[in-house]
Design a protein around this ligand. Structure first.
Ligand code: ATR
Length: 270
């Protein structure tokens, strides 16, 4: 069996092992996938140990994505821009390659699973932390009309937008500067939902027929999804599909096969 794992801290609630085991079963690939509670003080030692034990790839989750970015010997262009790595792969020359599949996962969930065409659309991205930085370039590559990155701390939105400006039309602002603007899709990439809160934005920003998407997910509707329903969004989605799609893209990097995601998303919903 070929060895893979997810590393994070905490890690016990990660759904990645369940997802990757389902992919392995579906594709017949000889993949064994575990979970590692990362040491907060020595993440590189955990990675070295895993590789020494024959590990071929790791998914990296909170709070190690930036450390994984620094540790990788090589970075894919999308990981380079993201400033964070969620997938490490051992190459044949024993170098460690870092990639970031979060943005591809989000784009695939929106476009393939839900049929939302991003091209020409007005997008509002809420938040300016690692979660948003990780997905901004793949979103811009879909050629939306424009992405406004709005954050409670406006300065972080400006600098994130500046860093991504080479890839498309993007600008930053504060949450309190959205009055008068309208969007076809609002994506929540803030951590507000972890406290059951929603970012404070005017209730006029969602265009008629617009969609809402929360990068968080849960057993019930997330706080931002509920906000979307109140705003009469045409669709208000959570991030479970993104989770499974980013995993599928990691599996493809490691095994060269893109697994079918629909049955795995359905399994996790139930
Ligand atoms: P992550 O790496 O998960 O994105 P982060 O870097 O800590 O985490 O960023 C969290 C994001 O959620 C930030 O954009 C933060 O806004 P600030 O930069 O102003 O702190 C945002 N956030 C957290 N709680 C929020 C709340 N209650 N309302 C609005 N935004 C919130």
């Amino acid at each position: 069996m070929d060895k893979y794992a997810v590393i994070g801290n905490p890690i016990e609630h990660s759904k990645s092992p369940e997802i990757h085991r389902a992919f392995a079963e579906q594709t017949g690939e000889p993949v064994e996938y575990g979970r590692i509670l990362g040491n907060m003080d020595d993440f590189p030692a955990d990675v070295r140990r895993f590789v020494a034990e024959g590990g071929l790839g790791l998914n990296v989750t909170v709070p190690f994505k930036e450390e994984a970015w620094r540790l990788a010997d090589e970075l894919s262009p999308r990981a380079h821009t993201a400033g964070a790595v969620n997938t490490l792969s051992l190459l044949e020359n024993n170098q460690i390659q870092g990639d970031n599949t979060d943005g591809a996962g989000l784009v695939r969930d929106l476009t393939v699973n839900h049929g939302f065409r991003l091209e020409g659309k007005r997008l509002l991205m809420l938040g300016a932390g690692g979660a948003v930085r990780g997905v901004i370039r793949p979103l811009l590559e879909q050629r939306p009309k424009r992405i406004i990155v709005a954050n409670r701390t406006a300065s972080k939105a400006y600098s994130l937008a500046n860093g991504a400006a080479a890839y498309g039309q993007v600008a930053g602002c504060g949450l309190d500067e959205l009055e008068g603007m309208q969007f076809d899709l609002i994506i929540n990439g803030t951590a507000a939902g972890l406290a059951g809160e929603v970012p404070l934005i005017p209730d006029t920003v969602l265009a008629k027929g617009g969609w809402c998407y929360d990068m968080l997910y849960g057993n019930q509707a997330t706080a931002f999804q509920a906000w979307g329903y109140q705003q009469r969004a045409a669709r208000s989605l959570d991030g479970l599909g993104m989770l499974v799609e980013q995993a599928a893209e990691s599996f493809r990097l490691w095994r060269g096969i893109l697994p079918e995601t629909a049955p795995v998303i359905a399994m996790l919903r139930h």
